[in-house]
Design a binder for this molecule. Structure first.
Ligand code: AMP
Length: 221
C-alpha cells in the first residue's frame, strides 16, 4: 500500500502516520524527520537545509528529491510506504509520479487530514516530540502523564525549534500557497480521501482506516 499524507503542519500527519505503520506494516517516510536527522548529524545536506527549516521555508526540491529517491529504493519500502510531509508542492508531486512510474508502484491513496488554521497554531505551539521514540504529545490537547517524559518509552520530550510563533506563521503560509493545491491535484485523479483531523486521535484513526479499506476494497479486520 502506497499512501501520501497531506495536511498542514500540525494536522496530525505524523501521529496518524505512526499508527498506519502498525496497521499496514509499511514504513513511514517523513522528509521532515530525514531532514532533522541530517541537521543533527551536521552533514553538508543538513547544513544546507537548516536555514530553510529555521525560516519555515521549503528546502530546495533537488535536495528533498534526492533524499526521497534514496529512501524509496531501500528494501523496506518495496511493499509500500506512507509518505509524510512529501510532496509539498506541484514539482515534487510530479517528480514522485515519475519515481513511482519507474518503480512500477503507483500511488493508492492521498489522505488529507483536514484541520482549520486556528487549531493548527495552537497545536503547533504546544507540540512536544519524544527524543527517544518520536511519539508526539501536546501540552494543551494531549499531555504526557508526567511532564517532559514520554508515556511510551520514558524518553525526554522536546519542543521543536521551528514550532515558534514566527516560523509557524511562515510554514502555514507556505502550506497555503504551495501544498494546498495538491489537494486538487490528487482529487482530480480520484486518489484523494479527506478526513477531518478534529476530535480524538483514536476516532480519527478509525475513520482513516475505514475509508482506506473501503477505497481499496479491503474487509474489516
Ligand atoms: P515537517 O516536519 O514536515 O513539518 O517539516 C519541517 C521542515 O522541513 C519544513 O518546514 C521544511 O523546511 C522542511 N521540509 C520537510 N519536508 C519537505 C519537503 N517535502 N520539501 C521541502 N521542505 C521540506
Amino acid at each position: 500500500m502506497r499512501i501520501v499524507l497531506l495536511g498542514a503542519p500540525g494536522s496530525g500527519k505524523g501521529t496518524q502516520g505512526k499508527r498506519l505503520v502498525e496497521r499496514y506494516e509499511i514504513p513511514q517516510i517523513s522528509t521532515g524527520d530525514l531532514l532533522r536527522s541530517a541537521v543533527a548529524s551536521g552533514s553538508e545536506l543538513g547544513r544546507e537545509a537548516k536555514s530553510y527549516m529555521d525560516a519555515g521555508q521549503l528546502v530546495p526540491d533537488e535536495v528533498v528529491l534526492g533524499m526521497i529517491r534514496e529512501r524509496l529504493a531501500e528494501a523496506d519500502a518495496a511493499t509500500g510506504f506512507i509518505l509524510d510531509g512529501f510532496p509539498r508542492n506541484r514539482a515534487q508531486a510530479e517528480a514522485l509520479d515519475g519515481v513511482l512510474a519507474e518503480l512500477g508502484q503507483p500511488l493508492d491513496v492521498a489522505l488529507l487530514i483536514d484541520v482549520e488554521i486556528d487549531t493548527l497554531k495552537k497545536r503547533l505551539l504546544g507540540r512536544l516530540t519524544c527524543t527517544g521514540c518520536g511519539a508526539v504529545f501536546n501540552a494543551y490537547t494531549n499531555p504526557p502523564k508526567t511532564e517532559g517524559v514520554c508515556d511510551y518509552c520514558g524518553g525526554e520530550l522536546q519542543h521543536r525549534t521551528d514550532d515558534n510563533e514566527e516560523t509557524i506563521s511562515a510554514r502555514l503560509e507556505v502550506y497555503d500557497a504551495q501544498t494546498k493545491p495538491l489537494i486538487d491535484y490528487y482529487a482530480n485523479r480520484g486518489e484523494l480521501i479527506r478526513v477531518s483531523g478534529l476530535g480524538e486521535i483514536d476516532q480519527i484513526f478509525n475513520t482513516i482506516v475505514t475509508d482506506i479499506d473501503a477505497r481499496l476494497g479491503r474487509g474489516a479486520g
